[in-house]
Design a protein. Structure first.
Lengths: 436, 339
């Protein structure tokens, strides 16, 4: 295997693995907080059981998220030393804040998980809040660092060296806000629907109160997030259109620069002939979505030299997949909101439970697709317009073997975690069924 | 400004050795005591292990933000042992958590335990090997020299391996002293006191071995220590503390034991810092990477320092609260029943 490809795949596997655990570790504390708060308010022991059951799962996910995150902080330098050598002093500021935020999160989570009998109710409850806030903050910091790779700022690049470094400008680069809200909302939506899907499946088996309560809490978060997500995505896409027109063109396989450009839905891009086959085209819609004007000109890939094109089909398919899932989850959130406020009987129906079960992995698939869009869409650049990814590669040969090793470890871990979760759920189920 | 960043880097590294070390050592101690310690180790580590390992992240972040060439050079030359450390960290952290949270069942628990123990040993050993590679400084930046010279030679040598052994014993020793403070049961106290004594003796031997193998590799480590006044003072103080440690071990004076063991470890780490400074990475066929040559521009240093100071102000008190809650707090009714 080609060294460069191996390094990119290793990075993709490591990030793709970490992101799932990071999202769950960031969002679950909020669910646990609500469950605990309801327990303190209603004294219904089901809420306490729920908070504790979720806590066990979260502790496992959080620990794996922490170790895989530690691995990433080294891998960046092991695979892309030239990148880190130049970028470290510029985009390091959010990482140093992230360190503090994650530290606080780890301490607070330790207190929360083991402090049930050692902290007062109130302190314990708000410790959960600290975990949640610190988690979201550390997420935003990391995303801001990634955003800098897409929208480099805060330095002058002269003859392959950075001068006049301004870390604050680098941190608050032009992409940080759009990427942050899009990702944080995605995390809430994906985790919420994943949790809801699992509880929906269990609820269908035996209608336990604990699963009904769990569904309500998870869906409350998920539906608000999924409802907002298309708006957030629209803002993020406009941001890309402005900052990285080649990436936007790859989203849509938009080859020719044109006014009132059509929105291309689905289809199979044919890069050689620069066209998209079998796609639905909505005239003017891309111009409107990218620039807010049906007649605006949208730059096509033809504006850029071909060696600076990202791999168009991968980016195109991932983007379409992400958007399709986003729309579907938004539909679910509309049903849930309608069910909550008006047609209450909907939420008891079998079709609704089946929809939720079907949606269990979708949010995370969309997150993975979204990161493919961001990262593959930026290629061939590692720092957009400044440094090419291949120029940042480690000189060490044999990266394919480290790629195989890391992949095998993560694959094995994934299986174990799925197995562990099923055991946890079985234990919870049997505890309740014995009671009744 | 650079000095303060360096001091915080040093403190983070030291705290990682002391806290993370006791934590890695916990796994090794379980291995030595054939699982006798596992209950105590589990209870003592569980609430704090994630926070303990944050010190490593802090070290890494300070390096790539503040001293980017140190970070990239070390991770290139020592790619292989660092990768082994990382795999160890993944296995160890996961196995520990799984053991703690999975449902009670013998076979899986036994598997988690043995993964936790062996990967603790493995990770610690390669942490030592990596550190050995940095101290030895047999690192080249001429990547055309061939795989062995560039990526193996810096760490595949007697000194790095001796240092690996030294660190394994040091961490096990820290964990033993720490565990002694966590138990009052007589049979445990006797067992861990015995283990501690063996570990102290082997630690001294392993230390001597590290100095000897350094000479073997053509690195006058003893000479460097001898010629650096702070290093010499550190070594002397660590040695003087040995009999004190022995006496307190006999009297089972827990607080004093922890204090002395912590002090000795601090002295060892400071002694190393003193000979390492101001060269951060030695390059065998080029210009050494020093603090001066690798430090990031002032604007970056300032932002890093602000983040670190805010971090210290937030993290230290909170960390203290965490330790206070779990270490010195009264045992709850449940835990008294359990123990």
């Amino acid at each position: 295997m080609d060294e460069f490809l191996a390094a990119r795949l290793q990075m993709a596997v490591s990030l793709g693995f970490h992101i799932v655990f990071a999202c769950i570790g960031m969002v679950m504390p909020w669910f646990m907080f609500v469950a605990e708060w309801k327990w303190l308010k209603t004294k219904n022991p089901v809420y306490l059981d729920l908070a504790k059951a979720w806590a066990k799962g979260t502790a496992i996910f959080f620990a794996v998220g922490a170790v895989s995150g530690t691995v990433l902080s080294f891998e960046l330098g092991m695979l892309w030393p030239t990148f880190m050598e130049h970028a470290g002093p510029i985009f390091g500021m959010p990482f140093s804040w992230e360190g503090t935020a994650f530290f606080v999160e780890a301490i607070a989570l330790g207190l929360w998980l083991y402090g049930w009998n050692r902290l007062s109710d109130k302190v314990h409850l708000y410790t959960g809040m600290v975990v949640g806030i610190a988690g979201v903050a550390s997420g935003i910091f990391v995303i801001s660092a990634n955003a800098w790779m897409n929208a480099p700022a805060g330095f002058d690049w002269i003859d392959g060296q950075a001068y006049n470094i301004d870390p604050v400008a680098a941190m608050f680069n032009k992409a940080w806000f759009a990427q942050s809200h899009h990702m944080i909302i995605a995390a809430f939506s994906a985790t919420g629907f994943a949790v809801a899907g699992v509880h929906a499946l269990l609820f269908m088996k035996n209608r336990l109160e604990i699963h009904a309560k769990a569904l309500t809490i998870a869906l409350a978060f998920a539906s608000v997030a999924a409802f907002l997500q298309p708006l957030s995505g629209d803002h993020a896409a406009k941001n890309v259109a402005k900052l990285q027109p080649a990436k936007l063109a790859a989203f849509e396989s938009h080859f020719e620069t044109q006014k009132s450009a059509p929105l291309i839905i689905g289809g199979i891009p044919d890069v050689e002939n620069r066209e998209v086959n079998f796609a639905i085209k909505i005239p003017g819609a891309l111009s409107f979505l990218a620039h807010g004007d049906f007649n605006a000109e949208v730059k096509g890939l033809e504006e850029f030299p071909e060696e600076e094109w990202p791999p168009v089909p991968i980016v195109h398919y991932s983007f379409q997949l992400m958007v399709a899932i986003g729309m579907f989850l938004m539909l679910l959130s509309v049903i849930f909101l309608a069910g909550t406020y008006k047609w209450k009987h909907w939420l008891e129906k079998r079709w609704w439970m089946l929809l939720l079960v079907f949606a269990t992995p979708l949010g995370f698939i969309a997150i993975q697709a979204g990161w493919v869009v961001t990262e593959v869409g930026r290629q061939p650049w590692i720092i957009y317009g400044i440094m090419k990814t291949k120029d940042a590669l480690t000189p060490m040969p044999g990266i394919q073997y480290t790629f195989y090793t890391i992949s095998a470890v993560y694959l094995l871990l994934s299986f174990i975690i799925v197995w562990l979760m099923s055991r946890q759920i079985k234990m919870l189920q049997s505890k309740y069924l014995k009671h009744d | 400004m650079t000095e303060i960043i360096l001091i915080i880097l040093g403190i983070s590294l030291l705290l990682y050795v002391l806290l993370g070390g006791a934590d890695f050592g916990g796994g090794i101690l379980e291995l030595i005591s054939r699982g006798k310690a596992s209950g105590i180790v589990s209870r003592a580590i569980a609430p704090v292990w994630e926070a303990n390992h944050m010190w490593l992240i802090l070290v890494v972040v300070i390096l790539f933000v503040g001293f980017p060439t140190v970070y990239s050079t070390v991770l290139t030359a020592l790619h292989i042992p660092v990768l082994l450390v990382l795999i160890g960290i993944i296995l160890r952290g996961s196995a520990f958590t799984f053991r703690h949270y999975d449902i009670e069942e013998e076979t899986p628990k036994a598997i988690y335990s043995s993964i936790f123990r062996y990967s603790s040993l493995f990770t610690t050993f390669f942490l030592g090997v990596t550190t050995g590679g940095i101290i030895l400084g047999d690192i080249t930046q001429d990547y055309s020299q061939g795989f062995y010279a560039v990526y193996m030679n810096p760490w595949l040598n007697w000194f790095s391996f001796s240092l690996g052994i030294f660190v394994v014993i040091l961490f096990a020793f820290l964990a033993t002293i720490y565990t002694l403070g966590e138990t009052k049961e007589k049979s445990h106290v006797e067992r861990f006191t015995r283990i501690a004594k063996y570990l102290i003796i082997t630690l001294v031997v392993a230390g001597a071995l590290a100095f000897a193998t350094a000479e073997l590799e053509g690195h006058p480590l003893f000479f460097e220590f001898y010629h650096s006044i702070p290093s010499m003072i550190s070594v002397v103080l660590a040695t003087i503390a040995l009999p004190l440690l022995w006496i307190n071990l006999k009297r089972n004076n827990r607080q004093m034991l922890r204090l002395i063991a912590g002090f000795q470890t601090t002295m060892i780490v400071l002694g190393w810092f003193a000979i390492q400074f101001p060269v951060l990475v030695k390059i065998n066929d080029g210009v050494d990477i020093t603090v001066q040559s690798s430090i990031a521009p002032r604007a970056t240093q300032l932002q890093l320092l602000i983040a670190l100071i805010v971090g210290v102000l937030v993290v230290f008190p909170y960390m203290g609260y965490l330790y206070k809650t779990f270490k010195f707090g009264e045992k709850t009714a449940d835990e008294q029943k359990a123990s």
